[in-house]
Write a protein that binds this ligand. Structure first.
Ligand code: SF4
Length: 387
C-alpha cells in the first residue's frame, strides 16, 4: 500500500529488521533486570501481547549477569540497553543477547569502540545507535541552538562513522525527539542520507492521554511515507500498552492484519441506546475471543446505522427498544436491546467459523461468504432472516 523506503536488513536474533521484513514492534521491560524471574515474566507478557523484540536496561554488573538466562529463556530476541560501559557491553555480548543499544560516541575511547564492534561482528549481533534529543552532545546543542532535527541527524551520522571506521555496518538507527514535528523531520532527513534500517519512536511521549496521540502521529506519519522498519511506542504506562498501541498503529495503516476492527458511531441525539456502553462491552468481549480478522459495527440508530452495519462482517443498527443485526451484509433479525451483545457475539462466532472454513484465517483476509456458504452461515447463526 505504501511504497517503502529501501533499507538494508539486519537480524536481531530470529527477527529481521529492514529490507522487506515485516515492521516489527519493540518494547522495553520496566523491571530491574537483575531480577531474572520478574524480568522474564514481563518479557513473556510482552511477547504474548505481540512484541517481536524486547529491550532490557543494563546499567549495572548485576543486570549483565542476569542476561544469559534472560536471553536464553525470553522466547523473543533480547536487546541489552548499554549506554557507556565497554565492560557491560562485552558482558552482554558474551551473555548471548541478540542486539545491543549503545552509542559508540559515549564510549569515547576508540579502542573500546573497536573491541565492541569486533565482538558484535564476530557474533552477528547488531547495534542500534539511539540518538535522543534529551541526551544530545552539548556541542551539537550549542552549534544548532537546541536539539533540532539537523542536530539529531548530525549526531547519528557521527555515530555511524565511529562504527564504520571499524568496518561495522550491522546497525540500525533511531533519532528520537519528544517534539513530534521535529522527530518527523529528523527521520525524513536521516532516511535520505543512509540505507540503514530505522527504529522509529517519539521519545518521552508521556502518559497515554497525550502519548498515544503523539506516538500515533509521529510514527504513523513516517510509516505512511514508507519510512521505518521497527517501532517502539514510549508511554509512561505498563509496557503492554506500548505493544498494543504499536499493533494498533500498524493495523490502522493496513501494514499488519487486524485482529478485529470495531466500527462504532460517536453517538448523537438520535441514538436509541447508550452507544458508548454497547461499544465498550462488545470491544471487551471480542478481545477475549479467538476470532479471525473481522469488522464489527455498532451503530446507534437507523439513520446511518444500517449502511455501516451491512458493510461490516457483523453489525448492529439500534432502533427503539431493539436493534437490527446484520451478518455479512444480510439482515439477520431484530434483537431486544438487552440481548444485543449476546446475540452479536454468537453471530460473530458463527461467521468466524465460516471464515475459517473458507480459509480466510490463513490468508489474513476476510472471505466474503456468498450463495450457499452465506445461507449456511445464516442458518448456523440460527436466526430467522427478515423478509
Ligand atoms: S449512527 Fe445514528 S446515533 Fe450514531 S452518530 Fe450517526 S446519526 Fe447519531
Amino acid at each position: 500500500m505504501f511504497e517503502r523506503r529501501i533499507s538494508r536488513q539486519v537480524k536481531v536474533g530470529s527477527v529481521a529488521v529492514g529490507g522487506d521484513a515485516p515492521i516489527s514492534i519493540q518494547s522495553m521491560t520496566t523491571t530491574k533486570t537483575d531480577d531474572v524471574q520478574a524480568t522474564l515474566i514481563q518479557v513473556h507478557e510482552l511477547a504474548t501481547q505481540g512484541a517481536d523484540i524486547v529491550r532490557v536496561a543494563v546499567p549495572h554488573e548485576g543486570d549483565a549477569k542476569a542476561l544469559p538466562a534472560i536471553a536464553a529463556e525470553g522466547g523473543v530476541p533480547i536487546i541489552a540497553d548499554i549506554h557507556f560501559s565497554v565492560r557491560l557491553a562485552m558482558m552482554a555480548i558474551e551473555a548471548g543477547v541478540h542486539g545491543l543499544r549503545l552509542n559508540p560516541g559515549n564510549m569515547r575511547n576508540p579502542k573500546h569502540i573497536e573491541e565492541v564492534a569486533t565482538a558484535c561482528k564476530e557474533r552477528g549481533i547488531p547495534i542500534r545507535i539511539g540518538v535522543n534529543a534529551g541526551s544530545l552532545d552539548r556541542k551539537l546543542v550549542e552549534k544548532h541552538g537546541r536539539p533540532t532535527a539537523d542536530a539529531l541527524v548530525e549526531s547519528a551520522l557521527y555515530e555511524i562513522g565511529l562504527l564504520e571506521e571499524h568496518g561495522f555496518k550491522d546497525y540500525k538507527i533511531s533519532v528520537k525527539h519528544q517534539n513530534v514535528p521535529e522527530m518527523i523531520d529528523a527521520y525524513r532527513k536521516l532516511a535520505s542520507k543512509t540505507d540503514a534500517p530505522l527504529h522509529l519512536g517519539v521519545t518521552e511521549a508521556g502518559t497515554p492521554k497525550q502519548g498515544v496521540v503523539k506516538t500515533a502521529i509521529g510514527i504513523g506519519t513516517l510509516l505512511a511515507e514508507g519510512i521505518g522498519d521497527t517501532i517502539r511506542c514510549s508511554l509512561t504506562a505498563d509496557p503492554v500498552e506500548e505493544v498494543k498501541l504499536g499493533k494498533q498503529i500498524l493495523q490502522t495503516l493496513g501494514i499488519r492484519d487486524s485482529t478485529f476492527d470495531l466500527v462504532a458511531c460517536p453517538s448523537c441525539g438520535r441514538a436509541e441506546l447508550d452507544v458508548f456502553d454497547l461499544a465498550q462491552r462488545v470491544e471487551a468481549a471480542i478481545e477475549n475471543m479467538d476470532l479471525p480478522p473481522m469488522q464489527i459495527a455498532v451503530m446507534g440508530c437507523e439513520v446511518n446505522g444500517p449502511g455501516e452495519a451491512r458493510d461490516a462482517d457483523i453489525g448492529i443498527a439500534a432502533g427503539p427498544g431493539r436493534g437490527l443485526l446484520f451478518a455479512k451484509g444480510k439482515q439477520i433479525g431484530w434483537v431486544p436491546h438487552d440481548r444485543l451483545v449476546e446475540e452479536l457475539l454468537e453471530a460473530a462466532q458463527h461467521v468466524a467459523e465460516e471464515i475459517r472454513a473458507a480459509g480466510g484465517d490463513q490468508s489474513g483476509e476476510v472471505t466474503v461468504l456468498k450463495g450457499a456458504g452465506r445461507r449456511n452461515a445464516l442458518m448456523d447463526i440460527g436466526m430467522r432472516q427478515t423478509p
